[in-house]
Design a protein around this ligand. Structure first.
Ligand code: CO
Ligand code: ZN
Length: 326
């Protein structure tokens, strides 16, 4: 899990994925893959084959914030990079690209009435606009400060969405034995701001089949929304989310592979949120797409929580999907 730790500790909000891109590029090259990059910043690792074009996808980016304005007292106003839970941001730590740490503060009275991002600011301890601008300028991005912790089979970290998915792809790439497929592993940019990188990457490849690997919510915490997915329940095979109706044959194949491989698996229907599968499915004249998801609690927070057994199950299922004769 050293690699997963390293991936989560890298800061890369949407559009600022340079650092994580370099790490993943190097890992893929170490495994002997031909690696290229497209204009939006997605990494594409190719393993040529004579069979069907199969695209495996995991997004590189993580949610964050972007400084929009600094007031005379040095408080930094910001916008969202991706789907933030505004109500939960108050008093959280963020880290800017140059390492500057800030705390998110709120205009307390008005924030209690109406939790809007415009009522929040980042406090870096500066006493004036000039002092603040030495460290942070409008346009600079930041991510949550949330260190990686492992206790037994539990992992708690920022950015498990979706470095856990990147990890799954890299591990599967390492373990594939025989495959007749023409395999493309895409580490896509800008998912959190609207499934953007996967779209251009899929257009460049035009695969016959695609599988997006990402995280999914769970329905197993006290009095949460009901949902089939449980932490520790294995690889979640996506049927639907609000961006995609998965190709039913892809769903059937993944279930069959999980059964023959004795891989713990479960069914995912995610009511809220989309995945790259949706963007890929709508590329060109359409792509048969599905998804394999890693159960994660507290998604889009500095303390996302996952289970290593689920991650292992996903690695095995992705590997089998790569080897399957599509
Ligand atoms: Co996300
Ligand atoms: Zn994600």
């Amino acid at each position: 899990m050293k690699l997963l730790k390293r991936l989560t500790e890298t800061d890369a909000p949407s559009g600022r994925e340079g650092e994580i891109r370099n790490i993943i590029k190097a890992e893929a090259q170490k495994l002997g893959y031909e690696v290229s990059e497209d204009a939006l910043g997605s990494i594409i690792a190719h393993r040529p084959g004579k069979g069907r074009k199969v695209m495996l996808d995991a997004h590189l980016d993580e949610i964050g914030i972007i400084a929009t304005y600094i007031d005379d007292n040095g408080f930094i106003r910001f916008g969202a990079v991706g789907g933030l839970y505004i109500k939960e941001l108050h008093k959280r730590r963020v880290r800017f690209e140059n390492g500057t740490i800030g705390v998110i503060g709120a205009e307390e009275k008005s924030f209690d009435e109406k939790a809007e991002i415009s009522k929040l600011y980042v406090d870096i301890g500066a006493r004036s606009k000039r002092e603040a601008e030495k460290l942070v300028k409008p346009g600079d991005t930041a991510v949550f400060d949330g260190s990686f912790r492992k206790q037994g089979s539990t992992i708690i970290s920022k950015a498990l969405d979706n470095r856990a998915g990147c990890y799954v792809l890299l591990k599967a790439m390492e373990q594939i034995k025989k495959s007749g497929n023409d395999l493309y592993f895409v580490f896509s940019s800008q998912e959190e701001v609207g499934l953007r990188g996967a779209k251009t990457a899929a257009f460049g490849i035009m695969p016959d089949y695609a599988i997006a690997v990402d995280v999914t919510d769970t329905g197993d915490t006290p009095s949460c929304e009901v949902m089939e997915v449980k932490l520790g329940g294995g690889a979640a095979i996506k049927v639907m989310d609000n961006s995609v109706m998965c190709d039913i044959n892809v769903v059937r194949v993944l279930r069959k592979l999980a059964e023959t491989g004795k891989i713990p698996h479960q069914t995912e229907i995610m009511a809220d949120g989309g995945t790259d599968a949706g963007a890929i499915a709508l590329t060109g004249s359409g792509v048969r797409a599905g998804g394999i998801s890693i159960p994660v609690r507290y998604i889009h927070s500095p303390s996302e929580l996952a289970n290593t057994e689920d991650i292992k199950a996903c690695v095995k299922l992705v590997k089998m999907a790569c080897e399957y004769n599509w």
